[in-house]
Design a binder for this molecule. Sequence first.
Ligand code: TYM
Length: 389
Amino acid sequence: MLIFTYFFNGCGGIYLANEFVVTPWNVEGRVDYMRLAREFGVQLITENEINAIRELTGEVHYLIRRGFFYAHRDLIPILSRQRSGLKWALYDGRGPSADLHIGHLVPWILSKWFVDRFNVDYFFELTDDEKFLVKEGYTLEQTNKYAYENALDLIALGFTPDRLHIIIDSEDIKYLYKIAVKVGKKLTLSTVKHTFGFTDSTNVGATFFPTLEISVAFLPTELYGEQVPVLIPTAIDQDPYFRLARDIAEELGYPKPSTIYSKFIPGLTGEDKMSASNPDSAIYVTDSERDVRRKIMNALTGGQPTVELQRKYGGDPDNCVVYKYHLLFQDSDEKVKRIYEDCKAGKLLCGECKMMLFERIRVFMKEHSERRERAKDTIHQYRISVKFR
Ligand code: TYM
């Protein structure tokens, strides 16, 4: 079915498709991830990258092992730097809003693992400016307030202030502006329009914004006064920024950023991506236990229509959102294997499987909200302005 058609100019990062659309602000239709990787020109994660990670750390994070993170740009050079003891940094971000869902936590969970394993700095950009400029219905004061709220969720994942450096665009612009104007001079309006799908009625603030998301990729090099490439763990929707960043990096004297891309966490009700427009498709970090339970119990499964048929023929975990969530929130391979096999054999009913998932997420969210509460006392220690003057 034709949902949208974008014209692709050959250098842009926006994905054109007859069946689906992926842009940094919009995902629609059934995403063909292999095709997307091809069209964006990113490499798939293969045994080569997996072995390189295992060689360095003795293990591979389950989000990579299970294929949620499936593509990259130049991951190997970053791993080689690690092996040689050369500096590199991690970079992530968030367009702050009230509806932070557990899908948003996925890249941060992997970043936490990288920080712990590789002992690297983690730069995190909260784009209150972007959210204000690109989305209708927000004041800048609101998006700024959400930046602080979302920062608490990030800190709650267990980062320490010596490693995590938080940048809030509207407040920490002095760190980015000199880089952004250099980036801005290298990008034509035509490139930015084609890459992000902007039109003549897009506000000029939104057209300048990409320079800021790109700038953070170059910031560690400025701060440390030496070449410090970044690795960016994110869902693949952010690739357009980093594709442009890579195009202009060397001309500006900066190292090209590397990236590692995940698929989207699907919506509980069958969508390819959790979506704010359907609140039941997503579990928000602020949802009550009751809401989480209701959403999980209403989730789409690969189960049979009746208990008898489920017992007789078994379910289809390969086409089950609930099973996918087990893969995301259960790090024990043994446990997910048992769920998979019991489902196929008809030993596990969908209601039981959903309750297991609910229990897992309930515990995660309870701990998360306690850690989030504690983060209120320490948030200032994570601000970039406290560490780099
Ligand atoms: P935002 O706020 O839209 O998304 C934040 C991060 O979450 C990822 N993401 C998802 N991952 C898995 N499943 C999903 N359903 C899902 N939805 C969103 C996004 O890919 C992103 O990594 N412009 C950015 C903010 C930003 C940024 C960055 C993001 C600034 N610098 C560097 C990544 C890396 C934004 O609005 O993200």
